[in-house]
Design a protein around this ligand. Structure first.
Ligand SMILES: Nc1ncnc2c1ncn2[C@@H]1O[C@H](COP(=O)(O)OP(=O)(O)OP(=O)(O)O)[C@@H](O)[C@H]1O
Ligand SMILES: [Mg+2]
Length: 215
């Protein structure tokens, strides 16, 4: 008898720049592989060639100050549509666990709350582009704006990391608001990102266990 294919999962890591997403995705990748899962680690915007080109374009236009929040938003969704159709959805359909560094949740936090773009438009675009496909979990690494700014290492080429503390605060508050109101009806898991890397990782592993149990 043919064994049933395991059901894939789409898990998104969220949080302001410096909250520990990249650090924790590496830990989660290791943990899930040890459990025997097939894991794909990817990022937004980007993850596939065409979307990485759009990522560079967004960063360039943002740095030059020639794309407002709504213009950035339109480009983020173009990048996202290609990435969802060519990488994420096919992988989940094949039973893989996709771990993504950011998703449309970031567009709402940054272009919506951070930059004052139209949050209603962002939500409508998210629904259209996702076409019924939503994350199985969004893991929000909660840190204060102060801690985030202390941790960030002025990564080259990311103009969103170079914003001021008021901007960081709006993004942090935006994430809290979205988690509280379960933005887009997504299952949000909030983790204290100010704890040690090991403690945060343990909390995330427990969440991953729960998400993988769900069919
Ligand atoms: N729990 C932690 N405690 C202390 N330092 C941490 C913790 N997690 C990550 N860091 C450090 O903070 C910095 C930022 O972490 P990381 O790059 O993982 O954040 P990020 O959310 O991916 O940021 P960005 O959105 O800018 O890519 C790194 O130097 C990392 O080593
Ligand atoms: Mg990162």
């Amino acid at each position: 008898m043919e064994r049933q294919k395991p059901e894939g999962k789409f898990v998104v890591f969220e949080g302001v720049g410096g909250s520990g997403k990249t650090t924790q995705i590496k830990e989660a990748d290791k943990y899930l592989k040890e459990k025997g899962c097939e894991v794909i680690v990817t990022r937004e915007p980007g993850g596939v060639e065409a979307s990485e080109i759009i990522r560079n374009l967004i960063f360039k236009l943002k740095s030059e100050g020639v794309a407002n929040a709504d213009h950035q938003m339109a480009l983020f969704f173009a990048s996202r549509k290609i990435w969802l159709d060519t990488l994420v959805k096919p992988a989940v359909e094949k039973g893989k666990v996709v771990l993504s560094d950011r998703f449309d949740t970031s567009t709402n936090a940054y272009q919506g709350y951070g930059e004052g773009g139209n949050k209603d438009t962002i939500e409508r675009f998210s629904k259209i582009i996702g076409d019924g496909f939503t994350p199985d979990a969004v893991i929000l690494l909660q840190v204060s704006a102060k801690v985030a700014m202390e941790r960030k290492s002025d990564k080259e080429g990311d103009p969103f990391d170079s914003e001021n503390s008021e901007y960081f605060q709006r993004v942090v508050d935006g994430y809290d608001d979205m988690a509280k109101n379960r933005w887009r009806g997504i299952k949000w898991y909030v983790v204290d990102g100010e704890k040690s890397v090991d403690e945060v990782s343990k909390a995330i592993n427990a969440i991953l266990d729960k998400v993988l149990e769900k069919k």
